[in-house]
Ligand binder design. Structure first.
Ligand code: PEP
Ligand code: MN
Length: 354
């Protein structure tokens, strides 16, 4: 495959010295943009929110001293104006901004006539249309090259990763917008450097076009996202450990046959699911006639525990089993709740689930 597009650099621009130290660790590595957040979107107040405008000349120093192209996050008209004036080479729009169409529209308007590359992260919530909508708002305003960055979606309960990869959304994005490069950000997705390799490898196996990795010369003292940053040597190790596969479609007969087996199994899974929902319906009927509550926490706790034990015995990932059970359980509750509202006039039919 061609060289994947690579963005590397610290989460935040902390000082000129820190940017220099990090930049010099990247000298031997081939990458496209040196990133550093100047305006940092923090979930709660009272934390380091970036040095703002003051840090822009530091990025200029990096441009001149190292010859790197630099990128930073913009989240408002003012950021765009200041970063353009400073000659920043590329911008990214962060996940929190992409969640809000007003913000994206405002940024889009301030980008009129600008043609530097714009990277658009997925929104924090798993909404493909919102992500594509952000791309459209930017492309309606500029002729800039747009790339997308998949960084995963917020979760209430962290299982393994900081943000749920939900790879399907990224794949659907590629189907809708095959013309755009899609980059994976395993740093924000995993939330920990220990997951960088596995996430990057999955992304490459799924034919992503590049990687966005947070790099700090000394990650343990980073002011933001310390857990997930790596130093230059670790980035080099990561990039050499990843297997970059042939992108040509080498679907063989054997793969086709195996896919058929999967299709058959998927059908079975769906019909078993239907059987399960029918039982949930029967329980709903009984509960509604007894006037008892639908959600019984103890039942859920027991069910989850038993299935996690089974998953472990089978060698299935606990994460996928819990996610699946949650979805199924939620649907069972929905069905039972519809009984509570409609009484026992419901029929047990497949139509109920549509
Ligand atoms: C970032 O890249 O610095 C950042 C804040 O990421 P995200 O918008 O993905 O949370
Ligand atoms: Mn970060």
């Amino acid at each position: 495959m061609n060289h994947p597009l690579c963005i590397a650099g610290p989460c935040s621009a902390e000082s000129l010295e820190q940017l220099r130290a990090t930049a010099s660790q990247l000298r031997e590595i081939s990458f496209d943009y040196f990133r550093a957040g100047v305006w940092k979107p923090r979930t709660r107040p009272g934390m380091f929110e970036g040095h703002g405008e003051k840090a822009l000349p530091w990025l200029n120093e990096i441009q001149h001293e190292f010859g790197y192209k630099v990128a930073t996050e913009v989240a408002s008209t003012q950021h765009v104006e200041l970063a353009l004036k400073a000659g920043i080479d590329a911008f990214w729009i962060g996940a929190r901004s992409v969640t809000n169409p007003f913000t994206v529209q405002e940024i889009a308007e301030s980008l009129k006539g600008v043609d530097i590359p714009i990277f658009i992260k997925n929104p924090v919530n798993p909404d493909l249309k919102l992500w594509i909508g952000a791309v459209e708002r930017i492309e309606n305003a500029t002729s800039a090259t747009i790339h997308a960055i998949h960084r995963g979606f917020s979760v209430y309960e962290k299982l393994r990763y900081r943000n749920d990869p939900n790879w399907q959304i990224a794949l659907d994005f590629k189907i809708e917008r095959p013309d755009l490069k899609l980059i994976c950000d395993p740093s924000h997705m995993g939330g920990s450097r220990e997951y960088l390799f596995e996430l990057s490898q999955i992304a490459m196996d799924l034919h992503f076009d590049g990687l966005h990795v947070e790099v700090h010369h000394e990650p343990s003292v980073a002011w933001t996202d310390a857990e997930q940053q790596v130093n230059g040597i670790q980035l080099q190790q990561l990039l050499s450990a990843i297997r970059f596969k042939d992108r040509n479609d080498n679907t063989t007969e054997q793969i086709l046959e195996l896919r058929q087996e999967i299709d058959i199994l998927d059908e079975k899974v769906l019909s078993i699911l239907m059987e399960r929902m029918k039982i949930a319906q029967k329980i709903g009927l009984i509960k509604s006639s007894q006037n008892s509550t639908i959600y019984q926490a103890k039942r859920w706790v027991d069910l989850k525990k038993r299935n996690i034990e089974n998953a472990n015995k089978l060698g299935l990932s606990e994460e996928i089993v819990v996610q699946l059970l949650k979805l199924i359980h939620q649907e069972a509750i929905r069905i039972q709740a519809s009984y509570a509202q409609e009484g026992d006039s419901n029929e047990i039919t497949a139509g109920k689930f549509s």
